[in-house]
Ligand binder design. Sequence first.
Ligand SMILES: Nc1nc2c(ncn2[C@@H]2O[C@H](COP(=O)(O)OP(=O)(O)OP(=O)(O)O)[C@@H](O)[C@H]2O)c(=O)[nH]1
Ligand SMILES: [Mg+2]
Length: 388
Amino acid sequence: MLGQVQYLPLIFGLITGVILVIGFYKFRKKKELPAKDKKQIDEVAREIIAKNRQADLGLVARELPAHKKEKQEAKVPLKSERKDLKEALRGTKANLFGRIQNVFTSKDSLTDEDMENLEEILYTSDLGPGTVQRLLESVNDKFEKKEISDFTGVCNALKSEMLHIFQINKESDYEELFNIGNHGKTKPQVWMIVGVNGAGKTTTIGKLANTLSKKDLKIMVAAGDTFRAAAGDQLKVWSERANVEIFFPENIKDPSAVAYDACEKAKAQGIDVLIIDTAGRLHTQDNLMEELKKMKRVIQKVIPEGPHETLLVLDSNSGQNALIQADKFHTALDVSGVVLTKLDGSAKGGVAVGLACEYSLPIKMIGVGEGIDDLRPFNSQEFVDSIL
Ligand SMILES: Nc1nc2c(ncn2[C@@H]2O[C@H](COP(=O)(O)OP(=O)(O)OP(=O)(O)O)[C@@H](O)[C@H]2O)c(=O)[nH]1
Ligand SMILES: [Mg+2]
């Protein structure tokens, strides 16, 4: 009897162990997904990996993980936080001017080593190789002619060459863009907004619509991004905020059909500017380009001289990838100008110089925050003075 009692804790321990093991497996089984769902998740994961490979090549923006994506989709910021351009370009200035300043051995004279250091900094500043060469040639030329002999001289030489490059950015571009209703411009003016996913297209449309509606113009935005489920709703929030009309037919899934109907509707309603949102997220870049080209052709069926603007939205944080994107989009769509977004907090704003130098693309506007008022005209003098 005493012997049996001795074994009781052992027996009790064994029973508890068995219960725990069964419980653990039951719990795990409950959490396991049906095979169908697992397959779907695997497919999505594979798709994201493939897209991210493309992102590494600069063809599309990097895909966000689901939890971050939801956050981004739900987020339609209301207030602008930063407006001062110098403040917005602080990161870019630190990356360019800051680094140049740091490597110059003396502020009063220049050595060959200084010039070599300058070369290295420029090549790692997202300006693009062609642009760096042009800037270096100009500085070297002035250095050899003894026109510059110190750090300030180098900065001034860089600034002056950048301003030359930016001459394609007529300061009137921005004014001209918003000069609707004058100079016999036809109605509606159609603006197509393109760019890779996450670049800031929809946000820019909200900002543009707001700027235009303040000018007492009749504005319509069209939800041409039928690819991403939340895209139309996001545009709707912006349209309400900017107090403009939206064309958002939830039953039409073909973006070209949306563009066509939007043009017809805008024409019939005497709209001044129709701004068409587009998707940035298709399986391959070729598909995206073909889709966008088709949209353009369809717009021309209703408004033969449209779209009057094909604005490419580029995220300045993507640095030299923005140059690759510009190449692809410009070749396919004959882009009329660039909106360079997220300059606030970016250290890669130097890409603006590369875009102007290598693709002769005018930067029509810049995004300096997530708020509705955070869109500014691009002023080359102000820009150059803010980064050097
Ligand atoms: N800081 C900052 N954020 C910006 C700016 N422009 C857009 N964003 C943010 O960038 C994110 C993506 O913007 P969207 O307008 O949704 O980008 P999109 O190109 O329409 O993206 P898809 O519809 O997925 O192709 C959002 O969180 C915006 O708030 C900007 O100028 N500065
Ligand atoms: Mg969008």
